[in-house]
Design a protein around this ligand. Structure first.
Ligand code: HEC
Length: 355
């Protein structure tokens, strides 16, 4: 332990307890080879008090992750059961506590269980996937649906859902929702398998679209179009403060693209891929496969922005393979999830998005 740390632990009447805990935490976070497991009870207690005061903060997650603080499992479970999915809390719960922690968290979640399921669904790891699959095939229909939805949240979950569909054990009533979710997966291989085993439930109306030249002459209702945006685009694009930050923001898209280009962007995303958003598929040594685009490309670390808007950093030395995706990260199947009129209304809405 550093001399500095020892000095901090000595009686220091000038520092209030809270401030002293904070200093201790800041110090141990900086120490390269500080060993939490063998740290003194005093240091542990200071860290414990600090964690109890700051659940969910950046330092909280850093500390829990770095020192694998097992006493925080129930607090992580609580964080993962909040109103918004919390991939970080759920990820730590799984990596520190493993299967037993998942079981306990589910048993204790009470009315917040479906929230917890959503958070667990974002963790790209076989353990939460196995728990979710067992709930999916269980008796409770609400839980079954919630688990299916949660499983669409990670590549490992998506693959498992496809396998279930291929071996005929995905319950029929879950098929439309799973098909919708997976046919807009950013992974082209998943989209191709979905098209085979879970064909799109609604090529809405089944009507074929008029040629572009005719489409651009139609006018629509922007308010109805906004609803289509909320349903089909919101999960990847921001408009102002609303929406998820994955694809380019559409806040001023009406200034950037004319009507015809907007139609093309939706009907055929592969036609022109925005600079900086070219898709990659990255294989990591630990078996993970990341699909997204490279947001920062350093010599030591690569930051990959993945669907849902999270930024995942991987050490360059741990990357096994890196392939450019042949197609856009924006699925080309979106247009088959809306009727012709919905498409026209959507474009009318996008036109209104100007400075
Ligand atoms: C799965 C995520 C995803 C979904 C869902 C999605 N997009 Fe995209 N979109 C992207 C990505 C990534 C790009 C950038 C790559 C590209 O240009 O192909 C993009 C690009 C665009 C562009 C070009 C933006 C520019 O600045 O040039 C437009 C316009 C667009 N999307 C509109 C939509 C609309 C409208 C919807 C809903 C019908 C939608 N997107 C749904 C991911 C998505």
């Amino acid at each position: 332990m550093g001399i500095f740390l020892a000095a901090l632990l000595a009686p220091a009447p000038l520092l209030a307890d809270e401030a002293r805990d904070k200093l201790i935490v800041e110090t141990v976070l900086k120490l390269e080879n500080f060993n939490y497991q063998s740290a003194s009870e005093k240091v542990k207690a200071a860290i414990g008090r600090y964690l109890a005061r700051t659940p969910g903060s950046e330092e909280y997650f850093q500390l829990v992750e770095k020192f694998r603080v097992e006493t925080e499992l129930s607090s992580l479970a609580k964080l993962a059961s909040g109103d918004k999915a919390n991939p970080r809390a759920a990820g730590l719960l799984v990596s520190i506590g493993g299967e037993p922690a998942i079981k306990t968290a589910l048993a204790d979640a009470g009315p917040r269980r479906s929230r917890l399921l959503m958070s667990l669904g974002t963790v790209n790891d076989p353990r939460p996937v196995a728990s979710l699959v067992s709930l999916l095939t269980g008796r409770d229909p609400v839980e079954s649906r919630a688990s299916a939805k949660a499983l669409t949240g990670s590549p490992a979950g998506q693959l498992r859902l496809l396998e279930l569909a291929e071996e005929g054990s995905l319950p029929d009533k879950l098929k439309p929702g799973v098909s919708m979710a997976l046919s807009s997966s950013v992974d082209p291989a998943i989209r191709a398998r979905v098209a085979k085993v879970l064909p799109s439930p609604a090529s809405l109306g089944g009507e074929s679209l008029p040629p572009l030249a005719d489409l651009v002459k139609l006018s629509g209702d922007p308010e109805k179009g906004q609803l289509v945006y909320m349903r089909a685009c919101f999960t990847c694009h921001k408009v102002g403060e609303k929406g998820i930050d994955f694809g380019p923001a559409l806040t001023e898209i009406g200034d950037k693209l004319a009507r015809e280009a907007l139609y093309t962007a939706i009907i055929d995303p592969n036609e022109a891929i925005s600079f900086g958003y070219e898709g990659v598929s990255i294989e990591v040594e630990d078996g993970r496969k990341l699909i997204g685009y490279v947001a920062s490309d350093g010599e030591r670390e690569v930051g990959v922005k993945v669907p849902g808007g999270a930024l995942v950093t991987v050490k360059a030395s741990e990357i096994k393979g890196r392939d450019a995706l042949p197609v856009s990260l924006m699925p080309a199947t979106l247009v088959s999830t809306m009727s012709r009129d919905e498409l026209v209304n959507l474009v009318e809405y996008l036109i209104t998005l100007k400075k």
